[in-house]
Design a protein around this ligand. Sequence first.
Ligand SMILES: [Zn+2]
Length: 240
Amino acid sequence: MIFEKLYGRPKFLIESNFFAWKCAKNAIPVHDILSQRMNIGENLCHRCHRDSETLIHAIVTCPRVKRIWFLYSLNVRTDSFRDKNIGDWLRFWLGLNLNRGNPNLSENFPLVACVIWAIWKSKNSFIYNNQTEHAQLILNSAVHMIPLGHIPPPQFPYPASHTQPTTSTSLSIWSLPRSRMFKINTDGAWDPNSLKGGMGFAFRDSNGSFHYAAALPTNVSSAEETKIQAIWTALKKAVD
Ligand SMILES: [Zn+2]
């Protein structure tokens, strides 16, 4: 069933889907599989050195890669797949999991297959070239595999420029805080290409009068973390 689903796909995805199909067939040389066929010593994960390098670990649940799946627009936390196998992961995305099945998820499978393939290629870069790629860059390389227009818009996290969407159909109006209260507005931005980010915040009172503001660089690794750091820093300043 997985085989049929994987191959009923556009031509440009043949390479990534073929890799996903090999995953489904346990035909990828991870340590756990190799150790069943030959004596390779320990079978720990190359990246984290914590757990056995099974396919589900190498592609999905390894602490060094699971963040990639959280960055994706569906924000999947992969910890619940720690005791599952890669087939369960593929069934989940193909909408074939009877317990958590969601047929709409299969619309995202082209990108999911590319993410799987990008993670595997980054693993090989790490092993053979000693190159460590940032989670966002691995995701970006997966997005680049797919021509524009081949991903349904609701499931596509960011446009090809890799910047957050800036258009909005709703208008947000700033309102005054209550009497004797301060309102703090915060924001943060992060550029996955330069890996640099910044945050800012402003304090205003119930008259709308400006009291304090700051703009600072950040040392985190995603837009979400930058926004959270902005809130955290502003709250610390409020306590001071
Ligand atoms: Zn690992």
